[in-house]
Design a protein around this ligand. Structure first.
Ligand SMILES: *Cc1c(COP(=O)(O)O)cnc(C)c1O
Length: 403
């Protein structure tokens, strides 16, 4: 396993049977260009040095690994450390990837970024990086989502991005993705498509993972400094899967480190009520291997292969597909995946707010809810790292409806 972990993806962008590149002919050359440009950047120490400097001075890395003293005492179980990605500029881990790809764009000599966004968090991170690096930025967003996330639309425009409303289909994320793809095909000479999670055709899942793996690299050093040993368990929420793989990656060769990915259990286990693609063993139905947006992975779909609707209280977890590397880790049994409900996540957020003075994003609160659920079954000297992927400021409307 440890040897395999260092090798994925293979040359064709495969993680075991998952991943790959399922795209129309017009996208093959642009993806190959991107793959070459990324390989060159990765081998260039000045690229990494420039990125490290931006991550430090602009985004606020390294983020603390904080011992959660009152939460640990309250649960009476394992010793809990929180990786504070919520403290980053723009409020979540998404800026790590946006900065990495932004810098890659400048290296490729392109001047324009295209992105798509659902709740607007990835759009804001992308618009922020475009402003910082002097790139123009077009963000596609369903008009239904624009209505629901007006503040983020305003933020993107204030940052100088053009936000294009998409009025077709369900007027949400999947329609925005189609429009963004169309733009990219048309303008590929001048423009880069900045994908926000470990999704899409090769090389995107690898690029995004590499730009997020700093989370686990830091956490590994920090826990060794604090406790003198590796953690027993890592826990993170999984939407597309970028914050989770970001934490997990540096620990994959360490067989003693268990990994838990937490998906959105929504309102129930029937198809349409959740976004649990890998937690089938907990009774969530509808996930089958299939192709979605260029990659082969577990996809929530009906019995005749139509992409299913999903539900989650947290927009960042509300997606029918999952990163192919997670599909592979699940099949290998190297990581375990489960799901928690909307109400459990909201309750967990309240607990963290009151005990630690941190209001987490609803996405991150899913990971915490699973940890709370298991804590009584865990040993007192067990060490756990919880990835706090983002802060909860964006979720105040939802909290106020529940609380
Ligand atoms: C977008 C988002 C997620 C989900 O994305 P991943 O790619 O699964 O990490 C999780 N947490 C926060 C705070 C987000 O903004």
């Amino acid at each position: 396993m440890s040897a395999i972990a260092q090798m994925v993806p293979d040359a064709r962008g495969r993680y075991g049977r998952f991943g790959g590149r399922y795209v129309p002919e017009t996208l093959v050359a642009p993806l190959e260009d991107l793959e070459r440009a990324y390989a060159a950047a990765r081998a260039d120490s000045s690229f990494q040095a420039e990125l490290d400097s931006l991550l430090h001075h602009f985004a606020g890395r390294p983020t603390p690994l904080q011992f959660a003293e009152r939460l640990t005492a309250h649960l009476g179980g394992p010793r809990i450390y929180i990786k504070r990605e919520d403290l980053l500029h723009t409020g979540a881990h998404k800026i790590n990837n946006a900065l990495g790809q932004g810098l890659l764009v400048t290296r490729m000599g392109k001047k324009r970024i295209i992105a798509e966004t659902g709740a607007g968090q990835h759009g804001v991170a992308t618009a922020t990086v475009a402003a910082k690096l002097g790139l123009t930025c077009t963000v596609y967003m369903g008009t239904e989502d624009m209505e629901r996330q007006r503040l983020n639309v305003f933020r993107m425009r204030l940052l100088g991005a053009e936000v294009v409303g998409v009025d077709s289909g369900s007027r949400t994320l999947k329609d925005a993705i189609n429009e963004a793809m169309r733009d990219w095909v048309t303008n590929v000479e001048s423009s880069h498509y900045l994908l926000g999670s470990v999704l899409g055709a090769h090389p995107y899942p690898q690029i995004v993972r590499d730009f997020q793996k700093v989370i686990g690299e830091e956490a590994r050093k920090q826990i060794m400094r604090a406790e003198g040993r590796l953690p027993d368990r890592l826990i993170a929420c999984v939407g597309g899967g970028s914050n989770a793989i970001g934490l997990f990656h540096a620990f994959l060769p360490d067989a003693s480190v268990k990994m838990i990915g937490v998906e959105a259990g929504g309102r129930g286990t029937t198809l349409g009520e959740h976004a649990a693609r890998l937690a089938a063993s907990s009774g969530f139905t509808g996930a089958q291997p299939g192709v979605l947006q260029g990659t082969y992975t577990y996809v929530l779909q009906t019995s005749d292969g139509q992409i299913a609707t999903t539900h989650s209280v947290s927009a960042g977890l509300d997606y029918p597909g999952v990163g192919p590397e997670h599909a592979w880790l699940a099949d290998e049994g190297r990581a375990e995946y489960c799901a928690v409900s909307d109400s459990e996540a909201v309750e967990a957020a309240r607990t963290l707010a009151r005990l630690e003075g941190i209001i987490p994003a609803l996405e991150s609160a899913h990971a915490l809810a699973e940890l709370i659920r298991r804590a009584s079954r865990m040993k007192k000297d067990e060490l756990v790292i919880l990835n706090l992927s983002g802060r909860g400021d964006k979720d105040m409307d939802i909290f106020s409806r529940y609380v």
